[in-house]
Design a protein around this ligand. Sequence first.
Ligand SMILES: Nc1ncnc2c1ncn2[C@@H]1O[C@H](COP(=O)(O)OP(=O)(O)OP(=O)(O)O)[C@@H](O)[C@H]1O
Ligand SMILES: [Mg+2]
Length: 267
Amino acid sequence: MTQVVAVYSMKGGVGKTTIAVNLAYCSAALGGRRTLLWEIDAQGAASFLLGREKRSTKARRVFSREVEPADLIEPTDWPGLDLLGADLSLRHIDRTLSEAEKPKRLRKLLQGLSGEYDRIFLDCPPGLGELSDQVFRAADLIVVPVPPTPLALRSLDQVREHIDQDHAGKPPLMPVFSMVDRRKKLHRELAGEHTDWPVIPQASAIERMSIDRKPLAASASNSNAARVMTGLWHQVERQLENPAPKSGRNSKLARIPGTAATAPRAR
Ligand SMILES: Nc1ncnc2c1ncn2[C@@H]1O[C@H](COP(=O)(O)OP(=O)(O)OP(=O)(O)O)[C@@H](O)[C@H]1O
Ligand SMILES: [Mg+2]
């Protein structure tokens, strides 16, 4: 059965693409799973990190059903890992999806690929709109990178409340502390509030990915960052194998220092 993992955050620049690329690589190279990385962000950063240059201008047309996903999927340099890359045409994707009035369009597209892949990773753009609602309807798990800052924790809570209220608490969220610098007191304090969340440290090896343009385990396999990403992938796999019981909603709010207890409720 195909499992869909979205790497998503309402916030930009938090490590989504970095994590999506590395999880997808681990899934194919270490897990031996037929894996697709679907980049649904007009920036095209995942393609860039995998050493691809953009050729197509048709990524948006997959969502309007004028182009089949298979027409844009290409193999990568790593066996078992395919890429459905983005281009700037996706910058109006929210409008395209709203106008189509097909709230399950992404889910249907993913179902159409289910015979081909064991795992599909979605590299999502920041924001909370029509596309992210479609992602929440389609994914089995949402990995949310969270830099250890009050604003990032607050943003996570806003997403949690939205999913609880508008999506009946599904799919489950898996917050991951991202860009953690343990020399900073605030980072240590906030990471200490959620010791069960995976932690990705701030690392030069990760920054260098945009120079090497390869997944970490392929270019810096002995680095701590590569080991951490592999560990994260194992945790994602465990979560997919043992999803939270149906009653367990995403309602546990992050504790944000400096506030009474939790983030303000979304309206
Ligand atoms: N753990 C880390 N340590 C050091 N640098 C990191 C780490 N994670 C991400 N970065 C760097 O931070 C920048 C943003 O990362 P990335 O593109 O993965 O974020 P994003 O959430 O996908 O951004 P966007 O919202 O623009 O899509 C990149 O330059 C990346 O190399
Ligand atoms: Mg990104």
